[in-house]
Design a protein around this ligand. Structure first.
Ligand SMILES: [Zn+2]
Ligand SMILES: [Zn+2]
Length: 203
């Protein structure tokens, strides 16, 4: 099935094509970096769950289609070595995370789903398979350790993509330079520290 995606204000929109529980990996990440990304966009109240978790659906980049608002897609990194965190600059909606050009996966953040209800998500992606970086969850909440099946499924998406020659798509990267299509905002050490202080204060 196709799942419609759009930023909160609607200027960036498209679809996740032909998704099913077999080809995606739905999880919740509690790491401080994902929390910091939400704070960076001042979206911690809309993106993070009560324990600081970010719901993410990992899939091959080729499943992501943007129909409108390519010019509104922006990127940030929490440090020089951080993963690429994409968002809609029109309304600060987090869209997803990627690695480098050669890493064939995208982690779509739930805030980018046009229908963020559990009924739709369970049908399209299956139930949440587990938590990662659970030790960073807020308020003594213990979501449990990362199930091995989650790692296996993630590697499955990557290996399948590598095998079929899949790379990042033009939505985020320029294939000729293998670089992000838009220059990411990269936080310096001081900015990173200030953001992490907000994460810690919210915990
Ligand atoms: Zn928007
Ligand atoms: Zn994370």
């Amino acid at each position: 099935m196709d799942m419609p995606i759009k930023c909160r204000c609607g200027q960036v929109s498209g679809a996740l094509e032909d998704v099913s529980p077999a080809v995606v990996n739905r999880l919740v990440c509690y790491c401080h970096d994902c929390q910091a990304f939400a704070h960076f966009l001042d979206q911690e109240d809309t993106v993070l769950d009560e324990h600081g978790g970010t719901e993410i659906v990992q899939m091959a980049p080729s499943r992501l289609r943007i129909d409108h608002g390519m010019d509104k897609i922006a990127c940030m990194r929490l440090s020089e070595k951080g993963i690429y965190r994409w968002y809609a600059s029109c309304c600060n909606t987090p869209l997803g995370n990627t690695g480098d050009f050669g890493m064939p996966f995208v982690g779509v953040i739930h805030s980018f789903l046009a229908e963020d209800g559990d009924i739709q998500k369970n049908a399209a992606f299956g139930k949440i398979r587990g938590a990662v970086h659970g030790r960073f969850a807020r308020r003594d909440y213990d979501p449990g350790s990362m199930p091995l099946s989650l790692i296996a499924r993630f590697l499955g998406v990557i290996l399948k993509g590598k095998f079929s020659g899949e790379q990042q798509r033009a939505i985020f990267f320029d294939a000729s330079t293998r670089s992000p299509r838009v220059a990411p905002t990269v936080l310096d050490a001081e900015e990173n520290e200030a953001l992490m202080a907000r994460v810690t204060a919210a915990a």
